[in-house]
Design a binder for this molecule. Sequence first.
Ligand code: BLA
Length: 513
Amino acid sequence: DLITTPVTLTNCDREPIHIPGAIQPYGFLLCLDPATQLIVQASANTEALVGLAAEDLLGGGLGQLLGPARLAEVAGCLATLTETAQLLGARLETVAGQPYYKLIMHRYDELLWVEFEPVVETDAAPLDLAFLNAALGQMLAAPTVLDFCQHAAEQVRAITGFDRVAIYRFAPDESGEIIAEATAPDLPPWLGLHYPASDIPQQARAMYLKNWLRFIPDAAYQPVPLVPGLRPATGRPPDMTYAVLRSVSPIHLEYLHHMGSAATLTISLIDEGQLWGMITCHHRTPRLVGFELRELCQFIGKTFSALIAGKVRADQRADQLHVRERLAQLLERVSRADDFVEALAQPGPTIQEVFGCGGAAVCFGGEVQLLGDTPTEAQVRKLLAWLSENAPGPLFHTDSLAAHYPTGGPALRATASGLIAAALADAPGHYLLWFRPEVVQTVTWAGQNDKPQLLADGQIFLSPRQSFEAWKQLVEYTAAPWQPLELAAAHEIRQHVTDLQLKAFNELQARTL
Ligand code: BLA
């Protein structure tokens, strides 16, 4: 039974975070039967906040808290509710001191959810349409994905006043990287850090696809249970997917504690139904952000989400153009050169500079010319011998040379985990080579250099240090994959050089005849 089994590091993908049966107590929660609008469950902190015991509220209506006029208005709103949150401000007229609350309401799991949030004042900027309009203009005009993310981070920080606002982008393996951030001046940068997929488990990702915002105003809170814990009509805890007050996974609270984060607000970035990334906001002290500001954050997240695919395409087009331009320059220069083999290694650009790789080699007529970060000449010569024997076809490529070439590949991991080998002529050993380093050597994993941490009960906390070790084992001896565009460029260079070889051969033939 996963509700009573303690969450450990091995079962955390299965922690039922949608049914914690408890809330974060900065507000209180009432669940109503949709047919009768009577209270069937209440959070246990109503007494502490408004002096009415949860047990006493059960079975009655919202009239226990609201005056008749407000009650009629709220009842009308409840009648037509959907999953989308609706807001009404209300003075709790029947309560001593008449505190003012915001009622955040939605319908889900056959319940009406009424979350009462105290009205908060933050030092965040008030909603300013001129600012918002300018901000949107900047996001639209951003020429690259990174510029776009940088603007978004700065704007969310300007609006919310969080100490740190970071844009976290997921990789295909579900690990992630901080690609832009805006921070208070005295915070260390997280830019460029990578985090393992397990930091945001599957079920949490699935939930953030449904609910665009996760808010934890005080990570040191004590969870407050629902009364009763199980819904009488169903015998199970209600599904809190859309409840703002939903209590947080204890493992994640531990994680935030280790990060030095007292409050977070996270906004989903969704591209075509997939979680593209998240805007994560952190604060070193507890921080309450009001409903309207949270709605504005969601608005920015949704705008970002609508625009991101276009920015990604623009980046791809720019990359493509860049590769095409340099390819054209190289081929043109090589065609005009007296010695086309030498020209391949001369700047303006060299074969290494046409697309992103760590290094390259021009191997022709027994000569080996090395460019950039490459294995040693002796290692390249051994590789050439192996290629002549083992590499099929005119263009051989791999992201993991060690897997194909176990006798020599592992030693080349630092510079040549990735390889494109273009065979030039029938003469063995004539090759153009492109090398890519092992991913592990190019990525900064968060907490890579931390010491392992132990929890109080002696259990090892899955710190970034251990997850780095786990991830390293998965991606050892592999490089970033070659893109179709890069393989096409290598193919084209090979084709061009082969034509030049043929032409030179024909000219030689003509002269000797
Ligand atoms: C949730 N983990 C999250 C969330 C983030 C991260 C953003 C969303 C909730 C929030 O806003 O805080 C992770 N936050 C990060 C990362 C960065 C960041 C990577 O700022 C980078 C800068 N977490 C773990 C492990 C487990 C785990 C090992 O590290 C499980 C064993 C669980 N993380 C976990 C769970 C949630 C979560 C269960 C969901 C919390 C919830 O919504 O209730």
